[in-house]
Write a new protein. Structure first.
Length: 341
């Protein structure tokens, strides 16, 4: 019998719990926090309070939907970081309490590795293809952008990362400048469908190696809009779809260029994408298209596994549990990725 793992994710603004048996997902419950929308971004203090309200019902529902009780669990996998400290603390504290009360081992998971390993989740009703090792993953989330060589479910090598903003941040910040609601990524994606991606050109960065940069694009977008708005105060309103399409295409081009470069240098043709921005329809199409041209095998996560969810934390925790890894009660959440390594 494969072990039953409860996953708990609370790193940002989604409270999520999932139950997996081995890699097979039995439930995956997500409570998204609407409280941040009116502020145009996540307010950390409000996020931790909402996690506290949500965590018990979310875990309860996940156990119930999976048809198990806390006594059936073999391990609890939790996100230790990176993320918002107060938010992480809610998940970590709950994990400790349940672990202590029921004498269940707890296993810490790096949130970013969770995003990548979402490609290993099995669904009862659907055969999901899994990348073969080693694979190269373009990880694009709200806070991080990385190219990661994945040699096994436990071995990750970051071959490139952003030197400033993440791709998701570029989407969200540029959306904010255009007056679009938070998070801006999905809104830009939707509007881009009606726009002309060739209408506007924005500066692309030149960064060495496999690293990324998005802050220059954000700044040039901001100045571009400011200049145009001086001439025509309705400029954004009149060109919204074209602006979204052109901006999205620029971000995708930047992402793909380094992915291609790294895939060539590492001689890997198993290519995956993961993280919130991997929901972007333009990016998904572009990866498939590039893959066709370069004879890659490309792996797109199902949309429900692109943004934050606990199933990905549970699957990452499952492999760590198999490897005999266990966290002790003294474990503390960690906000920054660098401190996790
Ligand atoms: O991975 P994620 O859920 O949270 C972090 O770990 O950061 O990623 C959230 C990010 C946000 O920046 C959001 O705008 C972006 O993912 N995102 C998208 C799309 N859906 C979510 N960006 C572009 N197009 C989308 N369809
Ligand atoms: Zn995430």
């Amino acid at each position: 019998m494969e072990p039953i793992i409860l996953g708990i994710e609370s790193s940002c603004d989604d409270t999520s719990a999932a139950v997996l048996q081995g890699t097979k997902m039995l439930s995956n419950v997500i409570a998204s926090q609407a409280v941040h929308i009116k502020y145009g971004g996540v307010i950390p203090e409000l996020a931790s309070r909402a996690h506290q309200q949500n965590i018990v019902p979310v875990i309860d529902t996940a156990l119930r939907e999976a048809g198990v009780t806390a006594d059936d669990l073999d391990a609890i996998a939790f996100t230790r970081g990176p993320g918002l400290l107060g938010s992480l603390l809610v998940g970590v504290s709950f994990t400790k309490g349940l672990s202590l009360a029921k004498n269940i081992p707890m296993v810490e998971v790096n949130h970013l590795q969770g995003h990548i390993l979402s490609h290993l989740i099995d669904l009862p009703e659907e055969n999901l293809p899994h990348p073969k090792f080693p694979f190269l993953c373009l990880l694009v989330s709200g806070g991080h952008t990385q190219l990661v060589k994945v040699t096994s479910p436990l071995e990750f090598e970051i071959v490139g990362s952003t030197i400033d903003d993440a791709a998701g941040e570029a989407f969200d910040k540029c959306a904010k400048v255009m007056g679009l609601p938070y998070p801006g990524g999905p809104v830009i994606d939707r509007l881009a469908h009606e726009g002309d991606a060739e209408k506007f050109r924005f500066a692309k960065p030149s960064v060495d190696g496999f690293d990324y940069s998005f802050s220059g694009l954000k700044t040039s977008f901001l100045y571009f809009l400011r200049d145009r708005m001086e001439e025509n105060p309705n400029f954004i309103e009149e060109n919204k779809a074209d602006l979204c399409a052109s901006l999205q295409k620029t971000i995708i081009d930047i992402l793909i260029k380094k992915l291609v470069k790294a895939a060539k240098a590492l001689d890997i043709n198993e290519i995956a994408i993961a993280g919130g921005v991997s929901a972007n329809s333009g990016l998904r199409e572009a990866i498939v298209e590039e893959g066709r041209r370069r004879h890659w095998k490309t792996y797109l996560p199902p949309l429900k596994f692109t943004t934050d969810n606990a199933a990905m934390i549970a699957v990452a925790g499952y492999y760590r549990y198999l490897n005999g890894e266990e966290s002790d009660l003294g474990v503390a959440p960690v906000a920054r990725l660098e401190e996790l390594l």
